[in-house]
Design a protein around this ligand. Sequence first.
Ligand SMILES: [Zn+2]
Length: 387
Amino acid sequence: MVQTLRYVINVGYAIIGEDLRLHEDISIEIENGVIIDIRHGFRRDCENVFTFPEGIAVPLLTNAHVHSADYVLPEVGSDLYIDDLVGEPYGVKYFILKKHHMHLQEAIKSFLKSALLSGTYMVIDFREGGIEGLNIAIEACKGTLTKYVPLGMLTKRTPQELQQELNEILKLAKGVALSSPLYYNTELLRVIAFKVMNCKGKIISAHISETEETRRERDFEYLLNHIRPHQIVHGTYLSETEFQLLKDLNIYLVICPRANLWFIGKYPPIDKIYKVGVKVAIGTDNSGWIKPSIWRDLEVIASIMRTKLGSIDPDWILKAAILGGPESIGFKPPIINEGHKAYLMVLSGPLFPIRSAHDKKLALIKRGGPESIALIAMENNIITPHE
Ligand SMILES: [Zn+2]
């Protein structure tokens, strides 16, 4: 990694602006971490010039739902049923997190490094273990360039203890993560809703209807009867009626296609989600079983769209990966535009034939990946992963 106060990136293609429009032969000038000039044609009038005639500049992606600490012991118990493996609090995962407590900080650090090298701007983490768990993550993310946004998972189950825990968690985290609203009685949900909603800028996220069982138990209705979350995660078993309600209430849906396939053998109903027009972000979920690279999910989403809808909307997929995550928790997303901070990457190289691709955005979705990220620019920091 090098630091430089002024540099120019020349690229064959660039995805520019909030509408993610494709432009050809572009130079991007960055000064003091801010994009100050974007113009057609390559430039040489700067001491630090990076040129990729066969490359494409893209805003960094956001991984909108992960469990970073699972990185401590990848692929353990991979033949177990989802509840036996990751169900809170008696799934194998929770025993592993406890047993390997001393190694969690290092695991989260490794996870964040992997996220950065995959071109990740922001990671939104369901952090297990209450206050102690958050403190481990806060130590682990020191020095990382990827924006780490922890949501604290609660450990207390009496109103008084829960209130105290919430007071501390809301000081340390962006908000609260619920493994399932069904784990809390009505009184506890009211405590959570009251505390979070009265704490400016804090959010609630919850796993919802990932499995048939949780849908049968009406977790969606139970949550919305007590809490207005900012995002819900999965929605694998929700119908168009519920998606319409999410849209009306401006609640983001975080889809995790590869995680759903791995754990329950089913994909989120992307055709219904797309038709209704719910706002969507993308997450890779449990890092112990799912490689935390959003790129792999992008390709899967494109394949589901092609199968279920008969056509692919690359803009919809890219917007979910770039804009959806930050917007779902009230942050401005990284976009390539003059006046915006530089948070972008350039994909180029022999594994990435963007020049000859008929549809550049679809090629980005289907063929992009960490192996083709030639440069990552984060304000004044430049990372060239393969040099
Ligand atoms: Zn999850």
